[in-house]
Ligand binder design. Structure first.
Ligand SMILES: [Mg+2]
Length: 275
């Protein structure tokens, strides 16, 4: 049935602060899920592109989406990339979930042990090690902690982490990234732009040729999604739902839409407008 449908648009969403509430880390605007289901029913490709683990995305987003419909066939146009491109998830023709890992990005166990030991010994009151990730390390802020207090501790943590990485000879391959609520260690190649290459491969494998892609993000680190798509010849519109001032005055070669509402409410505003 879906073979005859030519998808006009593809939709790519960051998850934290776009689908889920930025600090509550759960879905608060369930209507966003209804729009995703509607797009899938029309045969439009929908993609999630996040740094989260597949386990986290399953628990907070995918399981809720699956409850919305009995027709699992529509999920053959749904693609999920986690860990900045390190892991991804697809649905087969029968609606069965297939999980994939890029094993070349996995870290040695000895390095993981050292990081876990450090977090337990020195930072357990303010942070925890996310043990659901397979190709990157994330040390996340404990939920109750005030952000200012976390920021100070994060600086000390980053310093400790750089020492560990340097001592492990992996310095050339790894980088440390910080966000409002976490510090991540990842392979230098991975990121939102790297994940786009996986997304494009998936589109090609499924013979999907969208003539326009909408990419949603709430932080500057989401921009490489749109940059990569543009660079590879796709017509892209970047929908920014975060704080406008974070993007600065840089001019980009693709169009950027700023929603009035922010975060999941901003995503919903745009989806209502374009549906
Ligand atoms: Mg985000």
């Amino acid at each position: 049935m879906q073979k005859n449908i030519v998808p006009q648009h593809a939709w790519i969403f960051d998850v934290d602060g776009v689908i889920t509430h930025p600090s509550k880390k759960i879905i608060t605007e369930f209507e966003v899920l209804n729009y995703i289901i509607k797009k899938l029913e029309k045969g439009k490709p929908v993609v999630l592109n996040t740094g989260r683990s597949l386990e986290w995305i399953m628990d907070r987003v995918i399981n809720l989406l699956l409850k919305k419909t009995k027709n699992k066939e529509i999920f053959n146009r749904f693609f999920v990339v986690g860990e900045m491109g390190g892991v991804w998830l697809t649905f087969d023709k029968n609606g069965k979930i297939q999980k994939h890992v890029d094993r070349s990005l996995q870290f040695p166990k000895s390095l993981m042990k050292r990081v876990i030991q450090l977090v337990k010994a020195k930072y357990s009151k303010s942070m925890f090690f996310d043990d659901t990730k397979q190709t990157m390390f994330s040390i996340e802020m404990n939920e109750e902690l005030p952000i200012d207090k976390y920021k100070k501790e994060q600086k000390v943590l980053v310093n400790d982490l750089s020492k560990i990485i340097k001592a492990s000879d992996l310095n050339k391959n790894l980088r440390i990234d910080t966000t409002t609520i976490a510090a991540d260690i990842m392979n230098k190649h991975v990121g939102k732009g790297f994940a786009v290459i996986r997304i494009i491969d998936w589109l090609k494998e499924n013979e999907l040729k969208p003539h326009k892609v909408f990419a949603f993000g709430d932080s500057k680190s989401d921009l490489p999604m749109a940059e990569k798509l543009h660079e590879l010849g796709f017509s892209v519109e970047f929908v920014f739902v975060g704080d406008k001032t974070h993007l600065g005055n840089t001019k980009y070669p693709f169009s950027i839409f700023f929603t009035k509402a922010q975060y999941e409410k901003g995503a919903l505003e745009f989806l209502r407008k374009t549906n």
